[in-house]
Design a protein around this ligand. Structure first.
Ligand SMILES: C[S@@+](CC[C@H](N)C(=O)[O-])C[C@H]1O[C@@H](n2cnc3c(N)ncnc32)[C@H](O)[C@@H]1O
Length: 286
């Protein structure tokens, strides 16, 4: 066996190729793609660094690397992204769940700690990561997922099945509150709506701009359109004492808080993500 055939040499060569293409997470990406090809956890690679990589696996790895070199996100290549320590299927129809969004899940659990949560509504569910993570934690709750994208909803349904939560979720295709029964009442409404101002879309990094669905990102002229609608209509769908919690983009917390105040929500607050950005806003119906 030549040195070039070892797992370590394959990873090093891939890292160099990705780094030269400007990919900042070159080594990590190479390891995730190799682990995907070999069908093992990434950490298991460290026990096999001097082992030979079968030719078939080298060819498959090369094909995946070529996709990554065009900036296709690793999660779309492997078809999976971990969120809240749970595995979520993702496709180009869904936004890739972000670690920052875990702040939203954490905020809901903290705000509702010790309170009964029977019904949770997730507006713009995408892969279902927020709602399904909440249902995983809140064992007595039922969930309602809404998305305008049929493709995203079908992925969210698959994720509900793989997490064995399908009996506790209903799915609606449509725009925000429109597909819901007008009498419906929820203890919690969550949303991570599209919030990038349209004029900023062209400046997004290539991974996002070229591959993630524009309808999951573009929040209209000032990026606040979905928040206006959600803050305005949420009180009618919240049970007394019910919680509205949303993720916001950088520098949007002040404007969205004004919308929460105008909607009459009380006990409002902001929560920073791990990067120190005001990422989540919440408020309750009195
Ligand atoms: C930022 S993504 C969030 C996806 C997922 N909740 C997450 O946090 O990863 C926004 C989602 O809102 C959906 N969406 C966009 N416009 C919508 C609308 N008018 N009504 C309902 N959903 C919408 C998109 O299809 C997308 O799935």
């Amino acid at each position: 066996m030549s040195v070039a055939d070892t797992l370590l040499s394959q990873l090093k060569a891939a890292e160099v190729r990705l780094a030269l293409a400007g990919i900042e997470t070159a080594r990590l990406d190479a390891e995730i793609l190799m682990a995907h090809v070999l069908g093992c956890p990434r950490m298991a690679l460290y026990g096999k660094l001097t082992a030979a990589v079968p030719q078939q696996a080298v060819s498959e790895f090369d094909a995946l690397l070529s996709r990554r070199l065009t900036c296709e996100p690793v999660a779309y290549i492997t078809g999976e992204q971990e969120f809240w320590s749970l595995p979520f299927k993702v496709t180009p129809d869904t936004l890739i769940p972000r670690p920052d969004t875990e702040t939203l899940v954490e905020t809901v659990l903290r705000q509702m700690d010790g309170l009964p949560v029977r019904r949770v509504l997730d507006l713009g569910t995408g892969s279902g990561c927020i709602l399904l993570s909440l249902l995983h934690e809140l064992r007595d709750a039922l969930g309602t997922a809404v998305d305008i994208s049929a493709g995203a909803l079908s992925v969210a349904k698959e994720n509900a099945v793989s997490l064995d939560l399908q009996e506790r979720v209903e799915f609606f295709q449509g725009s925000w509150f429109a597909p819901l029964d007008k009498q419906a009442q929820f203890d919690v409404i969550v949303s991570n709506p599209p919030y990038i101002p349209s004029k900023d879309m062209a400046g997004l990094m290539a991974d996002v701009r070229l591959y993630e669905p524009g309808s999951a990102l573009d929040g209209g002229e000032d990026g606040l359109g979905p928040y206006r609608l959600i803050a305005d209509q949420a009180p009618a769908f919240l049970a007394p004492g019910g919680l509205l919690a949303v993720e916001v983009g950088i520098h949007q917390a002040g404007d969205v808080m004004a919308l929460f105040d105008a909607a009459g929500l009380v006990g409002t607050g902001k929560v920073k993500d791990l990067g120190g950005v005001e990422r989540v806003l919440y408020g309750k119906k009195s």
